[in-house]
Design a protein around this ligand. Structure first.
Ligand code: 3PG
Length: 394
């Protein structure tokens, strides 16, 4: 795919598909990470003399425009991140967009209203894509985190204008390729989360690609249960036992070592500071739940991860939102962070709760690369082709 190195943006109107879908509470952006990570692309285009027009979705509006899903509320935070004023247009196509672009000077940045206020966006409607294409000369996609959506602004539009990847998209793709595309081996994946039903494709893909798969969170209980271990009242998807056994068999046949917890923190209630004890699998009472991995598991995972050259991380090791059941997530994250700092491991993390868990552990900055993507990172771990990336490549 082409990058900003391959386009000549001076005096051109560049449509940048960004992901401004950031968390907002009472009109305030509560996590500006995606905005901060977008800034290099905006600055580079602006400094090269482009008129920079930012396109994005925000939330999942179902019935056309509404204030709650307006991108207007994200503009001040983007302006802060950029360190320059950012203009706003009340619609992403038609006269409001055209007038705002006409008023824009070279080197300035404009955000257009939520793409999803038009049904054509999610339908990947060619007519809507053509309306967007009319607004600019060049298309830059910097929204890796929306690349799993085949929508008009991520897919069809890439085929209507000269197209290139922005710096964030480029960084995401380079990091992912180092992590699983052509990784330094051994590769270890740390996968946690509540359920295997939502991560079945991901697990099946990973056991065919990685050398070590360290499992944690509620999903590990399902694997233990599938091996005949009594997990008491723990969250476990008993109807997924066959699938769990199939993953174990595929791993064994392909030479992937699956690591399962050797102990856990068990409690009778799912709440912060619930009385708990460390127990081995099989030593769990009928009314006890495994809420976190235990110290023996942390030591065992740490020893195995120390043999890896590449570590991919998705999902927490336990109920990290409630203390003290964040202990294993914190400890394993710290091990990976220390290996990264020592230069023995390249570590890449992303998807859903993952970044929150690593930030909670205080080690996110030490990872080699943290993806801005949730769902797109997961689909990529599933081995799926991302339509937004494919359209750029073609
Ligand atoms: C995300 O937050 O993961 C992306 O912005 C995609 O949002 P969506 O799941 O609403 O398409």
């Amino acid at each position: 795919f082409k990058t900003l190195d391959d386009i000549a943006p001076a005096s051109r109107t560049v449509l940048v598909r960004a992901d401004l879908n950031v968390p907002v509470q009472d009109g305030q952006v509560t996590d500006a990470t995606r905005l901060v990570r977008l800034v290099p692309t905006l600055k580079e285009l602006a400094s090269k003399g482009a008129k920079v027009v930012v396109l994005s979705h925000f939330g999942r509006p179902k019935n056309g425009p509404d204030e709650k899903n307006s991108l207007r509320q994200v503009v001040p935070a983007l302006s802060d991140a950029l360190g320059a004023p950012v203009a706003f247009a009340g619609d992403c196509i038609g006269k409001p967009a055209q007038d705002a672009i006409r008023a824009l000077e070279k080197g300035q940045v404009l955000v257009l209203e939520n793409l999803r206020f038009h049904a054509g966006e999610e339908k990947n409607d060619p007519a809507f894509a053509a309306d967007l294409a009319k607004l600019g000369d060049i298309y830059v996609n910097d929204a890796f985190s929306a690349a799993h959506r085949a929508h008009a602004s991520t897919e069809a539009l890439a085929r209507l204008l000269p197209a290139a990847a922005g710096r964030l998209m480029q960084a995401e793709l380079v990091a992912l390729s180092k992590a699983l595309g052509q990784p330094q081996r051994p590769v270890a994946a740390v996968v946690g989360g509540a359920k295997i039903s939502t991560k079945l494709d991901l697990l099946l893909n990973l056991v065919g690609k990685v050398d070590i798969l360290a499992l944690g969170g509620g999903m590990a209980n399902t694997f233990l249960y599938a091996q005949g271990v009594d997990v008491g009242a723990s969250l476990a998807e008993k109807d997924m036992a066959d699938q769990a056994r199939a993953i174990l068999a595929k791993a064994e046949a392909g030479g992937c070592q699956i690591l399962l917890p050797k102990d856990g923190a068990v409690a009778k209630q799912f709440k912060a500071h619930a009385p708990s004890r460390i127990a081995a699998p099989g030593d769990i009472a009928a009314d006890e739940m495994i809420l976190d991995a235990g110290p023996a598991t942390v030591a065992y995972y740490g020893e195995k991860l120390a043999t890896a050259k590449t570590v991919v991380w998705n999902g927490p090791m336990g109920a990290f939102e409630i203390e003290p059941f964040d202990a294993a997530t914190n400890a394993v994250a710290k091990i990976v962070a220390d290996l990264t700092k020592a230069g023995t491991v390249l570590s890449v993390a992303g998807g859903g709760d993952t970044v929150a868990a690593l930030e909670h552990a205080g080690v996110a900055d030490a990872f080699s690369y943290i993806s801005t993507a949730g769902g797109a990172f997961l689909e990529w771990l599933e081995g799926k082709e991302l339509p937004g990336v494919k359209a750029l490549e073609e």
